[in-house]
Write a protein that binds this ligand. Structure first.
Ligand SMILES: [Zn+2]
Ligand SMILES: [Zn+2]
Length: 318
């Protein structure tokens, strides 16, 4: 099935009913998924009406949570700096949320990685004055069609206005609105485009989708993600975070270094269990059937990303 989703054909994709049924709830926002529908248009439709919750983290730093990945805003005389862009349809609500706490001009938009629940709003926010920054590979990924095998669809290349105009490879330092920001690339983890953004003075650390707080994560094996990379990304972020640091996950509630440590420890334990099964000759199906996450499911399954999906990814990316 191939459906044209919008006049501008920004998002055109094919989705099978089977793939849609496997879509985790976090990617569907509040959408009710009709049989044979597609997740991108549903997520965008839901994002149009999903309210954005604003939480003050520091004098001029806010957490914005609505549809899509968690966003952060830094306001000040040099202009508004936003981290991540949610869905295109959320842009009016994002601008409203920003306007409620800041009268400053749009300035910079940083993408934590290429995924569409973090970059679909790029074009609209760029049109509203934001200059987009990201890792070089985020620009590369957004510039070409990306196949999301697990979900059974291919995202087309993003329009020119959605592409980051400023990119970096390893590290970028910014001095903005009286704070010093460090943007650092993770080695491939959730994808091969992931970065963290650390506001030194505000002591806020956004780690993007290298952390799903309180749930099993999605790891995009099609664009460089792996369980080992996720664990190493957690170690890198844990080395940067202090006990008082406010750590923003890509999905889930605001957390602390201790919360991030719990996630890291869960990933490591599951990795070890699945690796042992694989080393003993278990096929992927057999490994899933052994329920290696059973002791963690009560705390981490939460109906978002199933243990079966998570174990499958772990097995395949070991
Ligand atoms: Zn995400
Ligand atoms: Zn992601």
């Amino acid at each position: 099935m191939l459906e044209r989703l919008s006049r501008r054909s920004f998002l055109q994709l094919g989705a099978t009913a089977g793939a849609v049924a496997a879509v985790p709830r976090w990617m569907m926002a509040q959408a009710v998924q009709p049989a044979g529908g597609d997740m991108v248009s549903q997520a965008r439709a839901a994002a149009a009406t999903t309210p954005i919750k604003t939480t003050k983290l520091y004098d001029n730093v806010y957490l914005l949570q609505g549809a899509g990945g968690n966003m952060a805003l830094q306001s000040g005389p040099e202009g508004n700096l936003l981290i991540d862009a949610s869905f295109a349809t959320a842009v009016p609500k994002i601008r409203e949320a920003i306007g409620a706490v800041s009268q400053a001009q749009a300035d910079a938009l940083i993408n934590t990685h290429w995924h569409f629940d973090h970059t679909d709003g790029n074009e609209g926010l760029h049109a509203a004055g934001f200059n987009i920054l990201a890792h070089q590979k985020t620009r590369e990924r957004l510039s070409t069609p990306q196949n999301m095998k697990m979900f059974g669809f291919t995202l087309p290349a993003a329009p020119a206005g959605a592409l980051p105009a400023i990119t970096f490879d390893d590290t970028l330092h910014m001095w903005h609105n009286g704070d010093s920001l460090e943007l650092v690339h993770f080695d491939p983890a959730h994808t091969d485009t992931d970065i963290y953004i650390h506001f030194h003075k505000a002591d806020v650390l956004h780690v993007g989708d290298t952390w799903f707080n309180g749930m099993y994560p999605f790891i995009d094996e099609g664009t460089g993600g792996s369980i080992g990379g996720m664990i190493r990304a957690g170690e890198k972020a844990l080395a940067v975070a202090g006990n008082e640091t406010k750590v923003i996950p890509g999905h889930g509630p605001l957390g602390t270094k201790a919360d991030l440590q719990k996630f890291h420890d869960m990933l490591s334990a599951v990795r070890d269990k699945v690796a042992a099964l694989k080393a003993a000759g278990a096929s992927e199906q057999e490994a899933v059937a052994k329920k290696p996450t059973s002791e963690f499911d009560a705390a981490w399954a939460k109906g978002r990303f199933t243990p079966e999906m998570f174990v499958g990814i772990v097995y395949r990316t070991l």
